[in-house]
Write a protein that binds this ligand. Structure first.
Ligand code: ARG
Length: 581
């Protein structure tokens, strides 16, 4: 409710800005407090006092102007000016139940859509030279959840899979691909099924044979100068690599498609121009033959200047160069209001540097916000970066298969009589959900320990717990299928009903936080609490055996809204629900 009043006040300020009563660029800090004495209403704000200076009016006058500009709202019964210029809000007693009824009858669960924005979301973004690794798993899962929530709120989302499909290592890979094809013909395809060992084998050849290394370097030059044969080879390689990625996306139920791929290579033609534009603005310096930009605010601990390298001495461009070009494209062509980057926190400095440079060089519109949504490292149970037992890179497909196998055992132990087909279907959902939820439910900025045991537990903030909670709530409602709920309404009398009602009413607010900060764990925590609030309610308040018909119906509606909210919430996290498990 507090944030609801805040948003009403924000709208009033917007109106006052349009009427030029307060300056358009004034940033008002809106504070709303719960009142101690209910004769002063339920909430109060000192906003009018904060605005007296810029509005050049006395606080009570400003308060009246604010009140006149407040949008009509069904939850606010009365607004009053008090004392020197406080504004007091009286909440309608029925506001909460009205809000819940509205949510129940709305596809969007009563989430009112804020001003829609265009949001570019850069996520997944693996390097095509190698197999996608666990870091990209985090980016993919967290990014996709935020994308879904943004779209649910009504924003226009443009997904950008900024894959690493360019760079000198491609010379080595293409040379190896060429060599294999000459030796094995079609058979060479088989080796490409495992990119990791393909890469290693290519590296061995590169290190052992001078002739091979020369060919590799030559191929890079030819690739970059647009040679048709080279480009064809390169496209074939990337195509195979990308199809591995899309296999993973599909299994994960991630919404990325091929059309969302816009890799580093897409910016090739603009890189020369980036250099020229930086040069024209006098931003470029020379350092050991390389073209670099020094920005005063970036220094090493020893106080040495820390440049962004734009072009190497041999003419090659860098990761930062394509990111500058990409920002320009996102701002000027895609017209993004926000650009979100779901990338490992270890790249934080890179993003600080290129964001700041893009602003200095006017590559992005000043009003566009650039946000690095960094995440921590996924570690194994030994607390070290995730590796296979033999120390190799964990393939994501293997990881997902193991999750599904373990989920199958778990589901079977709970349902010894279930037939194999249904077991398999349920296990698939539970396995994938567990991997995703384990990642989403942690604060993304912290490192986390990947543990099958923990993620597949029925206890605590886990996917199995929530999926099971959902089947229980949905089940209650199914057992009451013959109860006619037309015209019924929610009444919150019992304490546990009130607690559940309050929780249910917070959905929109939580979603807002998740989207503003790019933090799915806010939604996970909320759904976990909601499931808990429902359990306590269900223990204390009989539903089908309620004292009266009205009470029974009211409680059924609460169960219905809980089920709807859990399902919608999980869906926004990219998690499928089950009717039975
Ligand atoms: N390919 C990069 C990596 O694997 C991530 C790219 C992230 N996006 C970006 N615009 N830099 O580290």
């Amino acid at each position: 409710m507090k944030s609801h009043i805040q948003s009403l006040l924000e709208q009033a300020i917007q109106t006052l800005k349009q009427q030029a009563i307060i300056p358009a660029d004034f940033e008002a800090r809106i504070q709303v407090d719960r009142t101690k004495d209910k004769t002063h209403g339920d909430f109060a704000t000192n906003l009018a006092m904060m605005l007296t200076k810029v509005a050049r009016k006395n606080p009570r006058e400003v308060a009246q102007l604010i009140i006149d500009s407040l949008p009509q709202d069904s939850q606010v019964a009365k607004v009053e000016i008090a004392g020197p210029g406080f504004i007091n809000f009286f909440i309608d007693e029925n506001a909460l139940t009205n809000q819940l009824m509205a949510a129940l009858n709305d596809d969007h669960l009563g989430v009112s859509l804020p001003a829609p924005q265009t949001v570019v979301v850069d996520y997944s973004s693996p390097n095509l030279a190698k197999e996608m690794h666990v870091g990209h798993l985090r980016s993919t899962i967290i990014g996709d959840a935020v994308v879904r929530a943004l779209e649910f709120q009504g924003h226009k989302v443009i997904r950008q899979n900024h894959v690493g499909d360019w760079g000198t290592q491609f010379g080595m890979l293409l040379a190896y691909m060429e060599e294999l094809r000459a030796q094995q013909g079609e058979q060479a395809q088989v080796e490409l099924a495992d990119l990791e060992s393909f890469y290693r084998a290519a590296k061995v050849r590169f290190d052992e044979s001078e002739e091979f290394a020369t060919r590799a370097r030559q191929l890079v030059v030819e690739l970059q100068s647009g040679d048709e044969y080279c480009n064809k080879l390169w496209r074939e390689f990337n195509d195979i690599s990308l199809s591995h990625c899309h296999e993973v996306y599909e299994r994960l139920g991630v919404s990325l498609t091929r059309a969302d791929v816009r890799g580093e290579s897409a910016y090739n033609d603009d890189l020369e121009q980036v250099v020229k534009d930086l040069d024209a603005q006098g931003l470029l310096s020379e350092s050991n033959g390389a073209k670099v930009v020094f920005q005063d605010e970036f220094q090493t601990k020893e106080g040495e200047p820390l440049p962004v390298i734009i072009q190497k001495a041999d003419g090659g461009f860098l990761y930062a160069t394509s990111d500058l070009a990409a920002m320009r494209y996102r701002s000027n062509v895609l017209k993004a209001d926000r650009a979100l980057y779901f990338v490992d926190l270890r790249q934080a400095l890179h993003f600080q540097q290129v964001f700041s440079l893009a602003r200095t060089a006017n590559f992005v519109r000043p009003e566009m916000s650039l946000e690095h949504m960094g995440f921590g490292t996924m570690n194994g149970e030994d607390g070290r970066p995730f590796k296979t037992r033999s120390g190799g890179v964990v393939k994501l497909v293997d990881l997902l298969s193991e999750a599904e196998t373990r989920a199958l055992e778990l589901v079977r132990s709970k349902n010894p009589d279930m037939d194999e087909e249904e077991l398999a279907k349920i296990a698939k959902v539970v396995g994938i959900a567990s991997v995703k939820y384990a990642d989403l439910s942690k604060n993304r900025a912290s490192d986390y320990i990947f543990s099958f045991e923990q993620m597949l537990s029925f206890e605590g903030n886990t996917a199995p717990y929530l999926l099971y909670a959902y089947t229980r709530v949905a089940g209650i409602f199914k057992r009451a299928a013959d109860v006619d709920l037309t015209g019924a309404s929610i009444k919150l009398e019992h304490d546990k009903e009130k607690e559940l009602g309050n929780k249910l009413a917070q959905f929109a607010e939580v979603l807002g936080r998740m989207v503003a900060k790019g933090q799915p764990h806010a939604l996970c925590g909320y759904l976990f609490e909601l499931a808990g609030a429902f359990s306590s309610f269900y223990e204390a308040c009989p539903v089908l055996a309620a004292d009266s018909e009205d009470e029974k119906k009211s409680r059924l509606l609460l169960a219905q809204l809980t089920a709807k909210t859990l399902k919608q919430g999980l869906d926004l996290l990219g998690i499928e629900t089950l009717e039975r498990m």
